[in-house]
Design a protein around this ligand. Structure first.
Ligand SMILES: [Zn+2]
Length: 282
């Protein structure tokens, strides 16, 4: 196969109550670690390119690498822009063969978020590309004590139907108690809010900020309606730990150090496929 929009897989996940993960990748070793895991577990997967990296000159080449590797498996693999910072960047990566894009207007006033998301949807759908947008704002874990757990930025359920209807978005990222990066304090998920949003719309729902949640919290979020989960920070930290350990050995080679990245990705992804219910779905 080649890279495909993850739309069908996430819709299937919504019907059958599991979640498809997005793993952010930055270079070849990480991509290979995800490939090891998704091939072994036969788990549909989204490779995420984080917006600041998608703006670098080598993004087109990185996209081509993922596309080539997707041709080596029959498991559905998507290449997605993560947190697209502008409409222009979303449109640019369509030319690089991305199969899904996230436009992140979550810091903008509602009407502006709707208008910009509409522009991305119009161009992306014309190219057969799926679109995710964010309503409410998922903040940073290091501000969790002052913001996240107090409900600041949470998605207002009263806006959800209008947002989905007016934008035509394929997947909706919502804020209900998660945060990006490591949490300052214990994460608390507002599952009542998630359930209410689930009742109001029938698009797949996305949870950002997977790092730091327990297996029970993942399962509860999926049971209440989450169908796609973004996960990165813990993998990146494990990769850094592995590299430090390898580099501390006097005979360490560059290859030993690089292997730590691949091992971190394959270990985490394999585990998360089981927790999210994605394993053996392809
Ligand atoms: Zn995110």
């Amino acid at each position: 196969m080649t890279v495909v929009s993850i739309s069908n897989e996430v819709t299937k996940a919504m019907q059958e109550r599991y979640a498809v993960p997005l793993f952010d990748v930055f270079e070849m070793n990480g991509i290979e670690g995800v490939m090891d895991a998704l091939t072994e577990k036969r788990a549909p997967t989204i490779f995420g390119i984080y917006s600041p990296y998608a703006a670098l000159p080598n993004c087109r080449a990185l996209a081509a690498y993922v596309r080539c590797r997707a041709e080596d498996t029959d498991v559905p693999v998507s290449l997605m822009l993560d947190h697209g910072a502008s409409v222009e960047l979303c449109l640019e990566v369509l030319g690089y063969g991305f199969t899904d894009v996230m436009y992140d207007g979550s810091n903008l006033p509602l009407e502006e978020n709707i208008a910009n998301t509409r522009r991305v949807v119009a161009a992306a759908h014309a190219a057969g590309v799926g679109v995710e947008a964010e309503l409410g704002h998922v903040g940073m874990g290091d501000q969790y004590d002052s913001e996240g757990r107090r409900g600041i930025g949470f998605t207002d359920p009263a806006n959800v139907e209008r947002f989905v209807e007016q934008t035509g978005v394929d997947f909706l990222a919502i804020a209900f108690g998660t945060a990006h990066g490591f949490y300052n304090g214990e994460p608390h998920l507002d599952l009542d809010l998630l359930s209410e949003i689930r009742r109001r719309v029938d698009v797949p729902l996305v949870m950002h900020g997977g790092t730091g949640l327990s297996d029970e919290q993942f399962r509860a979020a999926i049971a209440a309606g989450i169908n796609k989960i973004n996960f990165a920070t813990s993998i990146m930290n494990s990769a850094a730990d592995n590299m430090r350990l390898a580099a501390a050995k006097p005979e360490a080679s560059m290859f030993d150090i690089h292997a730590g990245i691949r091992a971190a990705y394959s270990h985490w992804c394999s585990d998360l496929y089981e927790t999210f219910g994605t394993a053996r779905r392809a």
